[in-house]
Design a protein around this ligand. Sequence first.
Ligand SMILES: [Zn+2]
Length: 237
Amino acid sequence: MNLKDPSGRLARWALRLQEHDFDVKYKTGKKHSDADALSRNPVEEETETSDKFLAVTTSMNLAMEQKKDQDLAKLKLLSNSSKNEEFRFIDGILCRKNFDPDGKLWLPVIPKHLRADILRHFHDAPTAGHLGFAKTYDRIRKRFYWPGMYRNVVRYVMHCRECQRRKSVPQRPPGRLVPIPPAIAPFHRIGIDLLGRFPKSAHGNKWIIVCTGLLNTICNNKSLADSRSRRNSEVLT
Ligand SMILES: [Zn+2]
C-alpha cells in the first residue's frame, strides 16, 4: 500500500493492513450492486483513547513524542555507542532489541506520558476485557518497551477499580477429605456440634450442643447458656 503522505486515520489503516497479504481490485459503482448489509454497516467513531494510542504507532508521531520524555535521553545515548546492541534508532524511532525469539526483532520505546494510554488500551478497552496481569503484560511486552514496564503493569492491574469490583478474591483450594476410621465400640468416637446462638430461652439458654455416637448414631442434645469449653465438657461427662 503506497501513500504519499501517511498521516492520521489513513496512516493507521495502512499500518493495520500491512500485516495482511491482499490485492486491491477496483470495482465500478455499477458492478457494486451486490453489497450486503455488513459492508454498508456504519463505521463507529473511534474513542479518544484508541485514537491517541493508534496515533503513536505511526512512526513520525512516536519519534516526536519520544523527544518530549527527558528520561529517554539516557537510552538515546546508549543507542549511539557502537558497543551497544540493545538500543537502536529505526526510522528515527528509538527501539530496543526484543529478546523474545517469537516476537518482532525491535520494539519501540514508549515515552512516559503515553504509557497510561497503552495500559488502558490493553486492559480496560472493551476489546481488552480486563484480563489478569500475565495476559495484559504479555500483550504489551510483545509490542512495546519501556523501563519498569513489569512493575507498571502489576500496579495498574492490581489497582484497576473495575477488576476489584467484579472479580472475586482468589482463594486457596479446599483441602482434601480425610476419611474417619470406624469406631470399635459405642461412644468410642463421637461427633460434637454446637448450634447457636439462638434467642434466650426461659432458662437462660442460647446454645444447643449435639453429641452423636458415630457407631450407633445415638444422639444426645442439651441446651447451654454459653458456648465456653468448660460448660461443654461438663455435658459430656
Ligand atoms: Zn481491570
